[in-house]
Design a protein around this ligand. Structure first.
Ligand code: ADP
Ligand code: MG
Length: 316
C-alpha cells in the first residue's frame, strides 16, 4: 500500500476545488472541501507526506464586499488581514474534513494549518502595475470615487469595473520553520493559503502590504522550500491543453520544461487562469524540483503517480 515511500508532495487546490459548484454559501464550501479531503486522504494512505495549499478568490471577494457594505459601522481592514482571515477559515475547514476522511480509513495523523506570511520585494515592478482583479464589480461612477481615494479600478466590460491590485513575486515563505517542524512530526500541513499574506521587510521589520499573491506561484515556492519531490496543481480540467477550446484542442501529457516554455511563447495558456499554473510548474522543475503536475482534483492520485495530467519533468 505504501507506494508513496514517504515522498513529499505539495498539493495546490484551486478555487473550484474549494468554492463549491452551487455557490459560496458555507454548506457548499464545506462540501467542496470534504470532496477535496477524500482525494488527499487517498494520497496520505498511499504513503505520501502531504502539504496542502489553496486558493481564496471567492472567499476574499466576499470579505471585501462585507468590508465595503459595513464601512460606516466597522472600520474596513486591509487586504492582508482579509487574506489571513481566509487562511484561517479555509484552514480549519480543510483540517476538519481531512481528519474525518483519515479517521474513516483508520489512519491516525495530525493535521494542522499554519497562517503563512510570504516575503515580497518592495521594489518589485509589479507594484506599479496592478494586474489582479479582486472583489465585486461596481458601476463606473462608484469606481471613480474609489479611484479618488487612491485605489486602482479598471473597466472590465459589461459587468462593470473591478478593483485591481498588484501581484508581486513571492520570495520567501516566512513561516517555513514552523511548517518544517510540523512535517518532521508526520503532521499533514495546510500552508500559504490564498498565495500567503504578502509582507515587506523595512528597517528590519515586517509589514503587511496590499497585494495578492498568485497561489500557484507561491505553491511552487512552498514546494521548493519544503524540498517536495512533486508539486501538483489540482484544478477543474484534466490537464493543460494546446489550442484550448478549439476543435483541435489537445491535452498535454508528459512534457519537458523547454518544450512547455516554447508552448507558453506560442500563447496557448490564458493569462488569468492556466497561464500562472504553467508558469508555476515550470518554475518548480527549472529550479530543481523533480516533477510537477497539473490535473483535475478527481484524479489527484493518478496525477501524482504520473498516469494522468500534464506532467512536467526533465528527461523522458
Ligand atoms: P483554479 O480556480 O482551479 O485555480 P482557474 O479557473 O484559474 O483554476 O484555471 C483553470 C481554467 O483554465 C480551466 O477551467 C480552463 O477553463 C482555463 N484554461 C485556459 N487556458 C487553458 C488551457 N490552455 N488548457 C486548459 N485549461 C485552460
Ligand atoms: Mg477558477
Amino acid at each position: 500500500m505504501e507506494s508513496g515511500c514517504g515522498e513529499r508532495v505539495v498539493v495546490a487546490l484551486g478555487g473550484n476545488a474549494i468554492a463549491g459548484e452551487s455557490g459560496s454559501d458555507p454548506i457548499s464550501q464545506q462540501r467542496a472541501v470534504e470532496r477535496a479531503a477524500e482525494q488527499i486522504a487517498d494520497l496520505v494512505l498511499a504513503g505520501y507526506e502531504i502539504v496542502i495549499t489553496h486558493g481564496n478568490g471567492p472567499q476574499v471577494g466576499n470579505l471585501l464586499l462585507k468590508n465595503d457594505l459595513a464601512r460606516d459601522v466597522v472600520p474596513p481592514v486591509p487586504l492582508d488581514w482579509c487574506v489571513a482571515q481566509t487562511q484561517a477559515t479555509l484552514g480549519f475547514l480543510i483540517v476538519t474534513a481531512l481528519e474525518a476522511s483519515l479517521r474513516r480509513t483508520g489512519a491516525e495523523r495530525l493535521v494542522s494549518t499554519v497562517i503563512t506570511r510570504v516575503l515580497v520585494d518592495s521594489a518589485d515592478p509589479a507594484w506599479s502595475r496592478p494586474t489582479k482583479p479582486i472583489g465585486r464589480f461596481l458601476p463606473g461612477a462608484e469606481a471613480r470615487e474609489r479611484i479618488a481615494q487612491g485605489e486602482a479600478w479598471e473597466d472590465r466590460g459589461p459587468r462593470g469595473w473591478r478593483r485591481m491590485v498588484p501581484s508581486p513575486d513571492p520570495i520567501e515563505i516566512l513561516d517555513r520553520g514552523t511548517i518544517e517542524r510540523l512535517l518532521a512530526t508526520g503532521t499533514v500541513v495546510v500552508a500559504a493559503g490564498g498565495g500567503g499574506i504578502p509582507m515587506v521587510r523595512e528597517d528590519g521589520r515586517l509589514r503587511g502590504v496590499e497585494g495578492v499573491l498568485d497561489k500557484d506561484l507561491t505553491g511552487a515556492l512552498l514546494a521548493r522550500t519544503v524540498g517536495a519531490a512533486c508539486y501538483v496543481i489540482a484544478t477543474d480540467v484534466e490537464a493543460a491543453a494546446i489550442r484550448f477550446g478549439t476543435p483541435d484542442q489537445e491535452w498535454l501529457g508528459t512534457v519537458t520544461p523547454p518544450r512547455l516554455r516554447a508552448l507558453v511563447d506560442e500563447g496557448h495558456f490564458a493569462s488569468g487562469s492556466m497561464g500562472p499554473k504553467v508558469d508555476a510548474v515550470l518554475r518548480f522543475v527549472e529550479q530543481g524540483g523533480e516533477r510537477a503536475v497539473i490535473t483535475t482534483l478527481d484524479r489527484l492520485r493518478e496525477g501524482v503517480e504520473g498516469t494522468v495530467g500534464t506532467r512536467v519533468q526533465f528527461g523522458r
